[in-house]
Design a protein around this ligand. Sequence first.
Ligand SMILES: Cc1ncc(COP(=O)(O)O)c(C=O)c1O
Length: 417
Amino acid sequence: MELVDAPHSKCGTLGYVGSSPTAPTLMNTYSRFNVSFKKGKGCWLWDQKGNKYLDAVSGIATCSLGHSDRVLRKKLTSQLKKIQHVSNLYKIEEQELLSQWLTNHSCAESVFFCNSGAEANESAIKLLRKYGNQTNSKKESIILAAESGFHGRTFAALSATGQPKYHEGFQPLLTGFKFFEYNNIESVSNLFEECNSNNKNVSGVIIEPIQGEGGVIKGDKAFFNKLRKLCSEHNSLLIFDEVQSGVGRTGKLWGYQNLEIEPDGFTLAKGLGGGHPIGALLVNKKANIFNPGDHASTFGGNPFACTAALTVLEEIQKRKLLSNVCLRGKQLEKGLSLLSKKFPNIIEGKRGFGLLQGLVIKKEYIDAKTITLKAFEMGLLIVPAGGNVIRLVPPLIISRNEIKDLVKKLNLIFEAI
Ligand SMILES: Cc1ncc(COP(=O)(O)O)c(C=O)c1O
């Protein structure tokens, strides 16, 4: 497979990796690999020709239990036999069970269910607007977000995404967003001051505890502690986007637990359904301000999706997957450090922890997308992130031997470059 010039590279790193022409009946939103996977099991995928791939993408941090998990299959088959979908006009038992599980295991007291990460963030942004208007209706309400952050492709989520390349061609975006430098507290406090002196009110901050798409950038504990204080002092809500970092990916159930602070709310999607679409906004008492009619979703939290999520969460506990993520994460860190030392002309360094890790590739040497293509040809699936990073987000069930295999494959790829 040849690498073609990304036709719209301004549009970011995702969707511009492969070179296969898109079927004319599909909108031209992705540049795809010329492959169609026909079978998946655990951390492995097989294509139409029977070629086997080690999957360190897992649907981009989504297939938490890997492919075709026996328990998930069984639970979902039995759910389909009972009931698949009913409207939120009625009580949904599976939704209540899932919200109980989530609130019992987090700082939140209440949950709104939707279908994706962008939609979960859309809900959070609406909630921040309502909170701002409710607490300070005379002032314009402003939401702060981080540069190099990523919150999704719908309009509000895109407006909160601090990466101009995603905005190009889609202006005017929603107004009322300001951006600070990630991990730089002065940059945030300056914005609070600027808003105050311009008679504006910061209703809240939306931020990832570890930036994924922006380049696998770890949140700094001291920064997040100060950010928590700043938000509390200004009566602003702190909302974490845990769409990628949540549900065990960092070795803790929620990414915020690595930072030793609690947000007022957080969003989930990706890994929550283990490959089935479900998103959620979880809030504490202070942020629990939606009333009937404020927000809704036709599919959000239907019995099928909630059973998928509840199964994923229960299996994470039963199989002690958080400790697996920590152990395998450490093993992967070691492997990536060795690779960084062995190939200093190609690799600038390693980033991340748990099963959200990356290697920063020297731009002047090679494009991360070229490495992604080479990896694909050699039977390894990886995904690029911002800042010329190759991102590794395998299923949470990955074994010791599979991590060994992953590092071995990366070594072969770098040797072949
Ligand atoms: C942190 C974060 N937020 C939001 C999103 C958007 O999620 P979705 O693609 O499910 O809308 C993503 C997707 O990559 C993400 O990584």
